[in-house]
Design a protein around this ligand. Structure first.
Ligand code: ADP
Length: 474
């Protein structure tokens, strides 16, 4: 089949979170299964075009906006047979960040991403790429199914195909004031609660939820949660219930080429389930790098992620003083809310040699943490899929998780389990799970058995790719 992907980020070119990992890996897995894949992305200023071998085709796509003609230069990159990337270049994408700065989204995001949506269809047509299915991701590309069904700016869509829309996180819906409808020349009849209106505003994610033929989200448990709970469904649970027959939860996979201790070039010493010696070396190296006491008996707990309400790190911060009463160290890598950054910096100062806090985005350090830590903490309030717990499994770093969304689907505790789970979103419940982890950690042989069971879990992309394939076919 021919499948067109449209997305707002993809590893290794540019990534802010799990979406980037998915778009970096799923198209490749599909290409390996024999499909022809074209992925369209914005050419952000952050992308190192030379390092990634992007080539300017010299061609442009034109996208009509009211009072404005926004074009984009088309760049391509062909990393593998059957896999092609197109990058749309426009000054709108040359900013410090991808989506916003200082906690505020860019005000013209509706135009920036409408250009991506309409431009991607135009660019695919220009390349004579006639897809059997079009796969759009998150609110930034939610206009794609709408354009395919209804056209753009009074003209029919340049391409027609079956549309799949994947929800990576219901918490980000792309909500804009009503006037944004006119900026995009969206027909007024769409401004109603059954289509794009959301409490008097324009909600771009709804375009995907209403107009796509099939909907997916990134884990089976999250697929149930977004339909059942107003908190997780974030106000769209009614619409999602209405479309429940078309909604599937497909667990994200892991790119094991990038994330496995046998192959990882970034970590201090490679290791595998049959030879775990390297993991202790990675642990000591991590402790040294982060200024933690080099102590093999301390249980190193790690957390990596965006410091936002969703991730529950406020709960972790509350638990730190109790954690510090035990032989535990904490390594945190993340950026986000200023209040959380300040709180964790204070904890690092209060517990020198025992708490390390790195407030930056650092992919290489993320690899070294996965390899060097004993336990990986994910106290998320909700978690659509979560990738770090899957990476942790492969590195034999036992995940300790709030049992929601993809964390519930991927982590089991018990005699034959491979992690630790808690169900109440409280520091007490988290600490109880931590104490269970410490009890197992004290028993070296049983801990190693659990590590080996974790490392044997298989979350490769091929399985998920097969599930998407059947949805593309219809
Ligand atoms: P989300 O998409 O909600 O941010 P996921 O767990 O699905 O969460 O994916 C997050 C991805 O981003 C992981 O690959 C994680 O390692 C990475 N990541 C997040 N914050 C950082 C950071 N500060 N430094 C390095 N990698 C990070």
């Amino acid at each position: 089949m021919k499948i067109l992907f449209v997305a707002s980020e993809a590893a290794p070119f540019v990534k802010t979170g799990g979406l980037g990992d998915v778009i970096g890996a799923l198209p490749r897995a599909l290409a390996a299964r024999g499909h022809d894949i074209l992925v369209v992305l914005p050419k952000y200023g952050q992308i190192d075009a030379q390092a990634h071998g992007l080539r300017d085709t010299g061609r442009r796509v034109e996208v009509q906006f009211p009072n404005l003609n926004a074009g984009a230069h088309v760049h391509v990159h062909v990393p593998a047979e059957r896999l092609r990337y197109i990058f749309l270049a426009n000054p709108w994408y040359d900013r410090k960040e991808l989506y916003g700065e200082g906690g505020k989204d860019y005000r013209d995001n509706h135009k920036r991403f409408a250009l991506l949506c309409a431009g991607s269809l135009e660019a695919a047509r220009q390349q004579n790429f006639q897809p059997d299915a079009i796969h759009a991701h998150d609110w930034q590309t939610a206009l794609v199914p709408l354009i395919v069904k209804r056209g753009w700016s009074g003209r029919p869509s340049p391409l027609r195909a079956r549309c799949l829309f994947t929800i990576h996180n219901m918490a980000y819906q792309g909500i804009f004031p009503r006037e944004a409808m006119a900026d995009l020349a969206l027909p007024g009849d769409l401004f109603n609660p059954d289509a794009l209106e959301f409490y008097g505003n324009l909600n771009l994610m709804k375009a995907g939820l209403v107009f796509a033929d099939k909907l997916t989200t990134v884990s089976p448990t999250y697929a149930k949660e977004i339909v059942a709970s107003p908190e997780t469904g974030a106000g769209l649970e009614g619409l999602l219930r209405h479309r429940a027959a078309d909604l599937t939860g497909i667990m994200n996979g892991v790119d094991y080429e990038r994330w496995s201790p046998e192959k990882d070039p970034i970590i201090e010493q490679r290791y595998s389930a049959s030879n775990l010696a390297g993991k202790s070396i990675c642990k000591a190296a991590l402790q040294r790098e982060l200024g933690l006491a080099v102590d093999s008996e301390a249980m190193v707990c790690a957390a990596i992620g965006r410091l936002v309400h969703q991730k529950g790190y406020d709960l972790l911060a509350q638990a730190v003083p109790e954690m510090m009463k035990r032989k535990v160290q904490l390594a945190l890598l993340g950026t986000g809310d200023a209040a959380l950054e300040t709180e964790f910096s204070a904890l690092a100062e209060a517990y020198p040699g025992r708490v390390s806090v790195q407030l930056r985005f650092d992919d290489k350090l993320a690899h070294r943490i996965e390899a060097g830590a004993d336990v990986f903490l994910m106290p998320s309030r909700f978690e659509p899929c979560g990738l770090n717990q899957l990476y942790s499994l492969k590195y034999g770093t036992l995940p300790l998780v709030h049992a929601v969304g993809g964390l519930n689907d991927s982590i089991k505790e018990g005699e034959v389990g491979w992690g630790f789970r808690f169900t109440d979103e409280t520091p007490e419940s988290f600490l109880e799970a931590l104490h269970r982890a410490l009890a197992l950690f004290a028993d070296g042989a049983r801990w190693q058995d659990a590590m080996r069971r974790a490392m044997a879990r298989d979350h490769s992309w091929d399985r998920a790719a097969g599930q998407y394939e059947s949805l593309y076919k219809g």
